[in-house]
Design a protein around this ligand. Structure first.
Ligand SMILES: Nc1nc2c(c(=O)[nH]1)N[C@H]1C(S)=C(S)[C@@H](COP(=O)(O)OP(=O)(O)OC[C@H]3O[C@@H](n4cnc5c(=O)[nH]c(N)nc54)[C@H](O)[C@@H]3O)O[C@H]1N2
Ligand SMILES: Nc1nc2c(c(=O)[nH]1)N[C@H]1C(S)=C(S)[C@@H](COP(=O)(O)OP(=O)(O)OC[C@H]3O[C@@H](n4cnc5c(=O)[nH]c(N)nc54)[C@H](O)[C@@H]3O)O[C@H]1N2
Ligand code: SF4
Ligand SMILES: [Mo]
Length: 899
């Protein structure tokens, strides 16, 4: 490459959340790609959150799956693609032949590109002839899909991100937007800064970072959203806020919905009691909703992941239909999607109960329409198994082959131990992934290496229906191939025609054509992107982000749906749905007195296979935690900072007790990110009950009865080591990646001194080994140096505190330790007692809690803006602004306490 040329910059899309921010990647030979926000991308305008900004740190090939592998006599061995594909195609064909098409299945993901997804769906529904293809979107957005279909007649998100800025009231229901859709949240905050009249209401049992910045937080009792919104519906109706003309002309079913809502929810005081919120605050919310024409009600997993998830969605939509607040700027119900291509998967029909291009499996005309378009030999004629049922069928031996693609079900499905048993028994488990070691890969018979972000090429659709290109800027590593290619190769080997695509563009073109295929009065679908069909390859490559529908003959997208008040039901009307409130299926009881809530942390993505590679992202939450109210902790006999075990009827896990996550009494919150790769025993999916919503099949991830009890260890320790260690004999361990080292937190029983430590760290007699052993105080510390460079250090205590990790972590960046540093190494402190910065608050600039707190106190800072101008913290992606706000409040409290 000619080094004098400017490094090429590629415009692409972030592979994480459904906001779908535009990213630019500049590739310079020999360095990691430079990642920045794409100012020209309409979804994000140049913003990136810290996960997006850290993408460059996740692209190295350490730990990547680079070659196909197949299982032979119990062990995996490297294989060529031909052999691996033969194994897959042969296995699928044989099982179909013997047991029929429903004995095989695909389990795919909202992290596939639309093109991969399209091919997967065509392969199963049109050629295998079974609808046994489901996706992790079942765990994510399926309640929204079902709610949209019931209300609008099709899976349609009416609005766009601009509506959040135009609104007078933004209601965030079961959404920790500040952490999970950060740049969209920043956009709302910016709009509020410019127009302080914009109010934010957050409805969440926890006091999250989002709630910290809201004008009003309703900390509802978990699972009571339907009561709350039914109450709102009757309140709006009673107080004359119905848009009678709209309701009359454009909707049906109000009477039934109102009658149901009236049954339990006509008295706000009663509703407040059921939802366990302050009646004054509840009324303030109802009044604010009533008074604001421009309301956006955005919701996410606190709504979807519930045994009444679909009803929660419709209870919210009902309030928008009653007031006619839909289809116009600044208003509407809004499903915030999780994964980068949750929407694309829905467009191609990747769920087991959908067909393709928003057509229905149970509509014979549409089945024939799709079959003939594909020129397929057959077409699935009944819904397939939804995720939880699918793995149940695998365990029962009804499904004998499953191909898992871009998802890690051994971690992310409820009752994850059942998934383990299922995969263990299954005749043929094929897994396509980008990393070599995952909990699910352990059960594969065939492992196929996929192209990852930056290598793969295609499209994704974000929450506001915006289709964007993901473009490759890195070469394919090893023998990794695009997922669609692996699918097409298997299809070809099974004798299926219709999979001869040359590139992603050819697939997209077919998908776009299908969306417009006989899209007429008889088979009308709002999802129509036939305006994007027939593009040349170079136009596809240059495609600018565009919101569907894209009408035939046009390349302009559509910002909002329903501007004409026509919905997708046959009569053009939207439907109110009667939503009778019901409590979560499993109630807490004496044995399991606390309700387990699970969800996300700010700086990690799901099972950490990618974000886990970034040291910067590891600092915010370096260990799994069990967050609960101090009072409940006392009742359970567990203490902050110590290990505890959480047990449900389905499984158990161990993590460190924490407070401070704003958890109300009666609940426990555990993050979803840890797996068998990163902790001995912190995979929360093992505990989650497998109950699902009866309409959508989405699991009740936010409510499982549990108990919490101490997990007794005799000592605690941490190790920072340049090389990974064999820690599996320690009673409890967790690990994260640091800059140049791996950090382990250990809790153990039995001896933990010299001999043990040397063995663990694999240090021989000759090594430069310094140690400090005070058996009386229960303290053991040691460090291993190689030619003056720190190789590893271990700090053990049988009761006291361990030193902060930050200063020690920094030493791994040095080629040699200064004499003073060597002298204070085992004290765990800098020679000139520099202040401990504390746990990272701002990951972008690496600013710690103690540093911020000290600056607030010393310099009398009063606003987050002042903290930013002083320390930079909060000045980039803004995700930590709520935490800085909390520190400001704490400092204020501290001062008033001192008088
Ligand atoms: N940092 C980060 N961001 C992500 C992801 C990630 O892994 N990490 N994943 C992405 C994906 S796939 C998804 S689906 C989204 C999810 O985004 P969110 O839905 O915002 O995230 P969660 O943390 O799963 O849950 C949201 C909130 O629901 C609350 N909740 C629990 N029970 C109830 C209830 O009964 N009622 C109400 N109203 N609220 C309740 C929880 O306390 C929690 O704060 O995030 C996306 N963004
Ligand atoms: N308890 C609990 N469980 C939950 C949730 C919860 O809130 N609580 N949330 C649920 C939700 S909303 C979601 S979305 C799921 C997410 O759960 P998963 O989908 O299981 O989580 P990921 O870690 O994102 O898994 C993606 C996998 O695909 C791999 N991968 C990445 N890119 C590619 C690619 O291009 N091709 C291929 N073939 N592989 C790739 C990654 O290495 C990783 O192993 O978790 C669900 N589970
Ligand atoms: S908000 Fe963050 S994770 Fe989501 S798309 Fe944007 S940069 Fe990626
Ligand atoms: Mo999700």
């Amino acid at each position: 490459m000619d080094m004098s040329l400017p490094a090429p910059t590629v415009r692409t899309t972030c592979p994480y959340c459904g906001v779908g921010c535009g990213v630019t990647a500049t590739v310079k030979p020999g360095t990691i790609p430079i990642i920045a926000g794409d100012a020209r991308h309409a979804a994000s305008g140049g913003r990136l959150c810290v996960k997006g900004a850290a993408l460059g740190e996740t692209l190295d090939l350490d730990g990547r799956l680079l070659y196909p592998h197949i299982r032979e006599e119990g062990a995996m061995r490297r294989a060529g693609w031909d052999e691996a594909l033969e194994r897959v195609a042969g296995g699928f064909a044989r099982i179909i032949e013997e047991y029929g098409p429903d004995a095989v299945a695909l389990y795919v993901s909202g992290q596939l590109l639309t093109e991969d997804y399209y091919v997967a769906n065509k392969f199963m529904k049109g050629y295998v002839g079974s609808a046994n293809i489901d996706t992790n979107s079942r765990l994510c957005m399926s309640s929204s899909v079902a709610g949209h279909k019931r209300a609008f007649g099709e899976d349609l998100v009416p609005g766009c991100y601009e509506d959040f800025e135009l609104a007078d009231l933004v209601v965030l229901v079961g959404s920790n937007t500040a952490w999970c859709h950060p740049t969209l949240f920043q956009r709302i905050l910016k709009a509020k800064e410019a127009r302080p009249g914009l109010r934010i209401v957050a409805i969440d049992p926890r006091r999250t970072a989002t709630c910290e910045l809201a004008d009003l937080h309703l900390p509802i009792k978990p699972g009571t959203d339907v009561w709350l919104f039914n109450g709102l519906l009757t309140y709006l109706a009673r107080h004359g806020h119905a848009d009678a003309a709209f309701v009359q002309a454009q909707t049906e079913g109000l009477e039934g919905a109102l009658a149901t809502a009236d049954t339990d929810c006509s008295d706000p005081v009663q509703v407040a009691r059921i939802c366990r919120v302050d009646p004054g605050k509840l009324l303030a919310f109802y009044e604010a909703f009533a008074a604001s024409d421009k309301v956006v009600s955005a919701y996410s997993q606190g709504v979807n992941q519930s045994s009444s998830g679909t009803d929660k969605v419709n209870a919210i939509i009902n309030c928008h239909l009653l007031t006619g607040r839909i289809g116009r700027p600044g208003m509407g119900p809004f499903s915030l999607t999780g994964q980068p291509n949750a929407m694309g998967g829905r467009e191609v029909g990747g769920l087991a109960n959908m067909l393709a291009a928003h057509m229905d499996l149970d509509n014979p005309a549409q089945r024939e329409l799709v079959r003939s378009f594909w020129d397929a030999p057959r077409i699935a004629d009944k819904p397939g198994l939804k995720a939880v049922d699918l793995f149940r069928a695998v365990e029962e031996g009804k499904v004998k082959a499953v191909w898992i693609m871009a998802t890690n079900p051994l971690v992310s499905l409820p009752d994850a131990e059942k998934v383990r048993r299922a995969l263990d028994k299954c005749e043929l488990v094929v897994v396509s992934d980008i990393v070599a070691a995952t909990d699910t890969n352990d059960y594969a018979d065939v492992l196929l290496p996929a192209l990852g972000w930056g290598e793969k090429d295609g499209t994704v659709t974000n929450s506001e229906r915006r289709i964007s290109r993901q473009r490759a800027f890195l070469p394919a590593p090893g023998e990794a191939r695009a997922d669609w290619r692996a699918l097409c190769e298997v299809a070809r080997r099974m004798g299926f025609t219709g999979f001869g695509y040359e590139d992603a563009h050819a697939i997209f073109d077919e998908h776009a054509r299908l969306s417009g295929w006989r899209n007429d009065a008889h088979n009308r679908r709002v999802f129509d992107i036939s305006g994007l069909a027939g593009m040349h390859r170079k136009d596809y490559d240059a495609l600018e982000p565009v919101q569907w529908p894209v009408a035939p003959g046009s390349s302009e997208g559509t910002q909002r749906l329903f501007a004409d008040c026509r919905f997708a039901h046959a009569n053009g009307k939207a439907r109110f749905i009667a939503t009778a409130p019901r409590a979560p299926v499993h109630a807490v009881d004496e044995d399991f007195p606390l309700a387990l809530n699970t969800g996300r942390l700010r700086d990690q993505w799901h099972t950490m296979t990618r974000t886990g590679k970034s040291p910067r992202l590891a600092n915010h939450a370096p260990e799994p935690t069990i967050d609960l109210h101090p009072h409940d902790a006392l009742l359970c006999g567990v203490r902050e900072g110590e290990l505890a075990r959480v047990t449900s009827r389905w499984g158990a896990m161990v993590a460190r007790v924490a407070h401070g996550g704003g958890i109300a009494r009666g609940s426990v919150f555990v993050p979803i990110h840890w797996s068998g790769q990163t902790a001995s025993d912190a995979r929360v999916g093992a505990l989650v009950n497998p109950v699902v919503d009866p309409v959508s099949g989405e699991p009740e991830f936010k409510h499982t009865p549990v108990r919490v009890e101490p997990f007794v260890v005799e000592w605690q320790a941490f190790v920072l080591s340049r090389t990974p260690l064999a820690v599996d004999k320690v009673a409890n361990w967790t690990r994260v990646q640091g800059a140049g080292f791996v950090r382990y937190e250990l809790g153990g029983r039995g001896p933990a001194q010299a001999g043990w430590a040397r063995t663990l760290l694999d240090v021989d007699e000759e090594a430069d080994w310094i140690e400090y052993d005070d058996a009386g105080a229960g303290v053991y510390r040691a460090a291993h140096l190689v030619e003056g460079r720190l190789q590893a250090c271990i700090f053990v205590t049988r009761g006291g505190a361990l030193p902060p990790r930050q200063w020690l972590a920094g030493l791994f960046a040095q080629e040699t330790l200064a004499p003073g540093e060597r002298a204070t190494l085992l004290a765990g402190r800098a020679p000139l007692a520099g202040a401990d910065p504390g746990p990272t608050v701002c990951s972008c600039f690496g600013v710690g809690r103690n540093t911020i707190y000290a600056a607030i106190r010393k310099q009398g800072l009063e606003t987050t803006a002042q903290v930013t101008s002083c320390l930079k913290a909060g000045g980039n992606c803004g995700s930590c602004v709520p935490e800085i706000g909390k520190l400001l409040a704490e400092a204020r409290c501290g001062e008033s306490e001192r008088g």
